[in-house]
Design a protein around this ligand. Structure first.
Ligand SMILES: [Zn+2]
Ligand SMILES: [Zn+2]
Length: 252
């Protein structure tokens, strides 16, 4: 089993080490048919990409795609910012992108100060937001509301650094057509969690979340999980050459 396209990679636009070209060359050397450039959105401290840069990034991605005759997509990895499911991407900015990913990142800064104490955004609030059933419910609600109220194509690494209930998240993703990522970088969800997600009817996607060109397309962990469960391309969207249509309509 192999992945045929990698829909989650970072470049120097946020804190990856490679350029768009470097990542595309790496993807081509593995025989991938497509690659998405999905740098961190603006509420990722210091490295987040402001929407004002999207046009320049698009030019870069288009030029590289043309030069190499390769399907390179422009996306973003937005941050989930509160139990209300708010994200740091406006619809008018999202319209400039091929794919929208969103996930929870411990270092992101929320929209309101009080939200620091609702989800664990850093070491300090991690002590406040203890692993109680109530906190788990709030964390889960953040993911469910994010995919229910925002046009998100892919939910990244659910369960990474945030204790969540995967079943309702899978159900919300199944209902909205949001793909759930099995992350090789963060090795999450585990086999049990992935099985649970698949049982909800949600479609899964395996991605590298590469932060350097050498990691592009490297999905050993996710593929191993998928293989052990015995999932096929009817559930996992990027392990065959079938076209992939994302929730917001982009087909590749
Ligand atoms: Zn992430
Ligand atoms: Zn990422």
């Amino acid at each position: 089993m192999r992945i045929t396209a990698d829909f989650h990679s970072h470049t120097k636009y946020s804190h990856g080490t490679g350029t768009v070209e470097d990542n595309v060359v790496a993807a081509m050397s593995l025989g991938l048919r497509a690659l998405a450039i999905t740098d961190h959105a603006e509420r990722h401290p210091l490295i987040g990409v402001k929407p004002s840069r999207f046009d320049a990034m698009r030019q870069d991605v288009t030029a590289v795609a043309k030069e190499y005759r390769f399907k390179a997509l422009l996306g973003i990895e937005a941050n989930i910012l509160s139990p209300l499911g708010e994200i740091d991407l406006l619809p008018e900015d999202a319209s400039k992108l091929d794919v929208v990913l969103a996930g929870f990142h411990l270092t992101a800064y929320p929209l309101r100060f009080k939200d620091y104490f609702k989800l664990p955004f850093n070491g300090v609030t991690r002590c406040v937001c203890r692993n109680t059933a109530k906190q788990r419910a709030l964390n889960t609600e953040a993911f469910v509301r994010a995919v229910t109220e925002h046009e998100i194509d892919v939910l990244t690494h659910p369960g990474f650094r945030l204790d969540v209930e995967l079943k309702p998240i899978g159900e919300a993703c199944a209902a909205t057509g949001t793909f759930v990522e099995i992350s090789s970088r963060h090795e999450t969800p585990d086999i049990e969690g992935t099985e649970l997600l698949a049982s909800t009817g949600a479609k899964l996607i395996v991605n590298s979340d590469a932060h350097k060109p050498a990691s592009v397309g490297k999905c050993e962990y996710a593929l191993d999980v998928v293989q052990k469960i015995g999932l096929g391309d009817d559930v996992v969207v990027n392990i065959s050459d079938k076209p992939v249509t994302f929730r917001r309509g982009f087909t590749v």
